[in-house]
Structure formats: C-alpha cells, structure tokens
Design a protein around this ligand. Structure first.
Ligand SMILES: NC(=O)c1ccc[n+]([C@@H]2O[C@H](COP(=O)([O-])OP(=O)(O)OC[C@H]3O[C@@H](n4cnc5c(N)ncnc54)[C@H](OP(=O)(O)O)[C@@H]3O)[C@@H](O)[C@H]2O)c1
Length: 257
C-alpha cells in the first residue's frame, strides 16, 4: 500500500493527517521528537486501522536529524508517496528580544526543514513520475503578527514556487493555510488565545478532511472552511495598512495578562 510520511504526526493537525490517511488505507512514517509518544500513536494507529506504521525520532531543528528524514524520503526501499510537512510551533516572543533562539528554531523547523525535505521528496517522486507534497503554511502568512507570520508567508510562497517547478512531473503540491485550529499549539507556545471568538476556531479533523480533498483536486492553495476562505480573500484585497491594524490588535489580545 502507498506510504505517507507525516512530520509532527503525533499531535494536532499532523495526528489528524496520520489517522485520516490510515483510514484511507495509507501506511505511515511518523516523525516527531518524543519517542514514547511516537510509539503510542503508532501502536494505536496499527490497532485501529491495521496499517503499517514506521516511526522516526527526529528534531527538525537539528540538521543531522533533518538529513536522516531526507534520506528516508529518498530511499528506494518502500518509497514514500506522500510527504506532509506539518511539524511546527507558535512563537511567543518579541522581535527585539536579545535571545533570538526561538526565532532561529522557527526558521530551522518551519522553513529550512521544509525546504530540505520537500527537495528530497521531490527528487525521488519526480524520478518515479508521481507523488504528493503537502506543506502546512498558515493564514497567519497573509497578516503581520511577527516572525511567525513571516515564517508562514515563506512556507506559503515557497510551496507555490515548488508547485510551479514540479508542474507536469506527476508530483502534486499543496500549501494548506489553516486559520486557528484547536490543538496543543497555543498552550505549548504560551499564547493566550482565550479572547478569540468561537467562530474563528476550526476542528483539526475537519481541516484535514478539506485539505486532503483540495489536494486530491490538484489545488495548489487550500484554505479549509468557507469562513477562512472568505477571510483569505479579504486579506488579499484590503489595503495593507488595514492588515497591519488587525495584526496589531491580534498581537495585543494574545499577550498574557
Ligand atoms: N493550531 C493552529 O492554530 C495552527 C494554525 C495555522 C497553522 N498551524 C501549523 O500547523 C502545524 C501543526 O501545528 P499543530 O497546531 O498541530 O501543533 P501541535 O498540536 O503542537 O503539534 C505539533 C507537532 O509537531 C511536532 N514537532 C514540534 N516541533 C518539532 C521539532 N522540532 N521536530 C519534530 N517535530 C516537532 C510535535 O511533536 P514533538 O513535540 O514530539 O516533536 C507534534 O507532533 C504547524 O506547522 C503550525 O505552525 C497551526
């Protein structure tokens, strides 16, 4: 059966990808840092869906670990047919902080690792004449809430560039731009999301169901849910000064009291 590699497949959006792909008959390679959790999630998927699940413990902020995942993607033994570059985290830090380690890590995990892994998967898939790459960007990439927006704008734009480069090769590429999704993301980053109205939140399984359907249709950009699609349209058509105003309000509302 076809094999999909999902980074950050143990929680939130990545876990939804892993379970939905397994339910559609895909075997999996799951990548994350926490080995015990990887093993638990893999065992649960094997039991529930009867699929083969390989685990790879890797910190995608570490170049050696990224290259080990890239090697797995280029391996010709049980080739990977779909890559989901999903691993990531929120950034709760000022652009003026002297300690920029979290910003550096964000660039490593959400930009450089995506570039290296997409390149490795792309080479192997082009050689076989087929394959799928899904990169998780963000609707934050069209607003201006600090470095997270900048990082996700990079993912969104990079993925469109990759889709252009791979056009006609049989390898399909989609950037998924979620709105706010209820996962561990905000608590892990220490972001206060309590003031956000209920309507902005998306269920992770609903998001992934739409993202996979959009990918199957060959869409290069997927913005799941009608309300977030409308927000995306607005974000591309209102003046940038309005985007900066909204972004300032949002950043202020997330500060912890
Ligand atoms: N939640 C949202 O509102 C939202 C909105 C837009 C976009 N996104 C994007 O969606 C993606 C998934 O986020 P999520 O909300 O599902 O977050 P989550 O619930 O916190 O899950 C993050 C996953 O990524 C893994 N991970 C984190 N850092 C890693 C690293 N350095 N190396 C390898 N794996 C790592 C985690 O496992 P380990 O901790 O074991 O490594 C976990 O499996 C991210 O790219 C995020 O930026 C999220």
């Amino acid at each position: 059966m076809a094999l999909a590699l999902v980074t950050g497949g143990t929680a939130g959006i990545g876990h939804s990808f892993a379970t939905q792909l397994a339910s559609q008959g895909w075997d999996l390679v799951l990548v994350a840092r926490d080995s015990a959790r990887l093993n638990d999630v893999a065992a649960a998927i094997r039991t529930t869906y009867g699929r083969d699940v390989e685990t790879l413990t890797a910190d995608l902020a570490n170049r050696e670990d990224v290259m080990a995942v890239a090697d797995r993607l280029e391996s010709t033994e049980s080739p990977v047919e779909m890559l989901v570059n999903n691993a990531g985290f929120g950034i709760h830090a000022s652009l003026l902080d002297r300690d920029f380690s979290i910003q550096e890590k964000a660039l490593d995990v959400m930009c450089l690792a995506v570039l290296i892994l997409s390149g490795a998967a792309g080479r192997a898939m082009v050689a076989r004449g087929h394959g799928s790459i899904i990169n998780i960007g963000s609707s934050s990439g069209i607003i201006t809430t600090g470095n997270y927006s900048a990082v996700k704008a990079w993912v969104n734009t990079y993925t469109e560039g990759l889709a252009n480069e791979l056009r006609g090769t049989g390898v399909t590429v989609t950037a998924v731009l979620p709105g706010w999704v209820r996962t561990e993301f905000h608590a892990r980053a220490g972001i206060n999301a309590s003031k956000l109205p209920g309507i902005v939140w998306i269920d992770s399984d609903e998001l992934v169901q739409e993202a996979l359907a959009d990918h199957a249709k060959g869409k290069v950009i997927s913005v799941p849910t009608k309300r977030w699609n409308s927000a995306y349209w607005l974000g591309r058509h209102v003046p940038r000064c309005a985007i900066r105003w909204v972004s300032r309000k949002l950043s202020n509302s997330r500060k912890n009291p």
